[in-house]
Design a protein around this ligand. Structure first.
Ligand code: PLP
Length: 369
């Protein structure tokens, strides 16, 4: 039996009755879209963060797109972000007609190197888009200082950082808005697609509610353009409400797995994920580094452990972004990391036996290189 990098089936067996009851409750309620489950989930997700507003949407990419629009980012604007991220971070910037501008990442944490932001600012810079990658938070204190000084909006990409904290502050509670994904693999995952934006700005909240609902406030009357249909449905909201109650438990289990990996893999020559100062990592993915990455992945596959790479191709090197004119060499730290990183199986329901199998297989593989 292969151990996959992610798998929801064991979790489903544990939570099955709860999930099926949630789904059945929606089906019997007579209301499938924008009903009470969505409303309650938004209230509860905002509450978890101590945020005044939450607007749920249909996926994390649209959470970013609509949040950028609600913050007034559009054609002619530049948005500073990183290339070491999931492509949708950058796809969202492109989708609103703005131009992504990349800074490199910190060589240890592989998170946005905030010190490089001043050098990337131009008269067109409108927004900073830090990504709390892999499950730990970018250092937002200096970033917010730059944003204030230059009148920039800040949108946090929290798709990988549900419940993560830096210096006690939850991811998503510092910038003007924060976008979350509930794609099934995420730390808080739905049984399908989902997303949300949290914000403390009532105007951003109002704008997001129109944007996800054809530009309408009242049924059939378009109040503003552009309008989209970008709603979370009742079934996913009902499931997410049940899972939100378990979020802190999921985080605890992910951290326990990370501790076990760190202990079991010490001294193997594998570079383990570093903790940035003040961070409570949520280990969306457990990313390690090794110069012989491809050989390790192949050998592990033969031992029945399937590994993943987040991410093999820095966004700026992909064909779809060739128009940005950034070839190899533009972001040396990002590019060097992309050749060495890979991720170990990580999900809250990963059993101790499977963790041990991964550790043992990896120790043997590395020793035999
Ligand atoms: C998953 C992810 C997204 C996109 O979310 P979807 O729900 O898949 O659209 C955006 N940014 C990051 C960093 C992600 O990991």
């Amino acid at each position: 039996m292969t151990i996959n990098v992610w798998n929801y089936l064991a979790e489903y067996e544990t939570e099955r009755e709860e999930i099926l009851a949630a789904v059945d409750g929606v089906f019997r309620s007579g209301q499938l879209v924008l009903g009470p489950e969505v409303q309650e989930f938004e209230r509860e997700f905002a509450g978890y963060h101590g945020a005044p507003h939450c607007v749920s949407v249909d996926n994390g990419t649209n959470a970013l797109v609509l949040a950028l629009r609600a913050l007034g980012v559009g054609p002619g604007d530049e948005v500073i972000t990183v290339s070491n991220t999931a492509a949708p971070t950058v796809i969202a910037i492109d989708a609103v007609g703005a131009t992504p501008v990349f800074v490199d990442v910190d060589p240890d944490t592989l998170l946005m190197d905030v010190a490089q932001i001043p050098g990337a600012l131009t008269a067109r810079t409108r927004c900073l888009l830090p990504v709390h990658l892999y499950g730990q938070c970018v250092d937002l204190d200096p970033l917010m200082e730059i944003a204030r000084e230059h009148g920039l909006k800040v949108l946090e990409d929290c798709a990988q950082a549900h419940g993560a904290r830096r210096n006690g502050r939850l991811a998503g509670t510092t910038g003007d808005a924060a976008a979350f994904s509930f794609y099934p693999t995420k730390v808080l995952g739905a049984y399908g697609d989902g997303g949300a934006v949290i914000t403390s700005d009532p105007q951003v909240d109002a704008s997001l509610r129109r944007l996800r609902y054809y530009g309408m406030e009242e049924r059939y009357y378009v109040e503003s353009t552009p309008g989209h249909n970008s709603r979370l449905d009742e079934v996913q909201a009902a499931i997410l409400r049940r899972k939100l109650k378990r979020l802190d438990d999921y985080l605890e289990r992910r951290r326990a797995i990370a501790d076990r990996y760190a202990e079991g893999l010490a001294g193997t020559g594998l570079a383990l994920p570093p903790l940035a100062p003040g961070n409570d990592h949520v280990y969306y993915v457990y990313v390690v580094r090794h110069p012989e990455r491809d050989r390790v992945i192949e050998a592990m596959g033969e031992r029945g452990v399937s590994l993943n790479i987040s991410y093999r191709w820095p966004v700026h090197t992909m064909k779809g972004f060739a128009h940005l004119g950034l070839g190899p060499g533009a972001l040396p730290v990002t590019e060097a990391a992309a050749d060495e990183i890979f991720s170990l199986p990580m999900y809250a329901s990963l059993t101790k036996d499977d963790q041990d199998t991964v550790i043992e297989a990896l120790r043997e593989t590395l020793a035999a290189l």
